[in-house]
Design a protein around this ligand. Structure first.
Ligand code: AMP
Length: 212
């Protein structure tokens, strides 16, 4: 993703934030040497962003509450946080296409879900901009990142203080691209890219680097 963005922008030493939004979701801060210096994934994939069925970051006290006050077993807690939380838990579906439709119909749970989902992304954009001491480009990718203009719009709204300004119309017109595209406004200091993912190719290339 980072390499594709560097190539597309024809720029080395990019400071980038990648935002991978699929069924699973994570963000990465990548410094000017191309090193990943932060990721929202933690000990396991439960940490970080809100996902299709995973909660993402929660206060660990919630686990004690579930066990002590709700009499839930460890297995049940694990299952709830991994398989029944996130978009599914908030809006009733783990597919952003359904939640987006409900959002546009004014469904209050879907609206809450988008607000929570994109607020979390925005928080990480702020944190990673600080970690990197400024960012050159933000990269959206994967099922939701590439195909859901609403998520990109809400995640990047009101970030002009960080030099991040999305172009609302371009964001919609360049949805679901086959090649990397830019969706920032003319006066945005930070480039906002949508880059189609090719996870299988990426895994194959990285595996080859290890075994060759
Ligand atoms: P991935 O794990 O990258 O295959 O992403 C899968 C997720 O992307 C699905 O569960 C949907 O939530 C989301 N998705 C796929 N297509 C669209 C679309 N056209 N609009 C919104 N979300 C989409």
């Amino acid at each position: 993703m980072y390499e594709q963005a560097s190539k597309y922008l024809n720029k080395n030493n990019l400071k980038a934030i990648t935002i991978h939004l699929g069924n699973g979701a994570s963000m990465c801060a990548i410094n000017e040497k191309g090193e990943s210096v932060e990721t929202s994934m933690g000990f396991g994939p439960l940490a970080g962003l809100i996902m299709g069925t995973r909660s993402g970051d929660i206060d660990p006290s919630v686990i004690f509450h579930m066990a002590e006050e709700m009499n839930m077993s460890l297995e049940n807690i694990k299952n709830t946080l991994n398989k029944q939380s996130g978009m599914l838990g908030i809006a009733g579906s783990n597919d952003a296409r359904d939640v987006s439709k409900l959002y546009h119909e004014g469904d209050k749970h879907a609206i809450l879900c988008y607000e929570m989902y994109t607020h979390r992304i925005k928080k990480y954009i702020g944190a990673y901009t600080a970690v990197l001491n400024g960012v050159d480009t933000i990269i959206f990718t994967a099922g939701i990142g590439e195909n859901d203009a609403l998520t990109r719009q809400l995640s990047c709204s009101n970030l002009s203080a960080l030099g991040i300004i999305i172009d609302e119309n371009t964001n919609i017109s360049k949805n679901h691209p086959r090649q990397p595209v830019e969706i920032q406004a003319a006066d945005s200091r930070v480039k906002i890219l949508v880059v189609p993912t090719n996870e299988e190719l990426e895994i194959a290339l990285q595996t080859w680097e290890v075994v060759k």
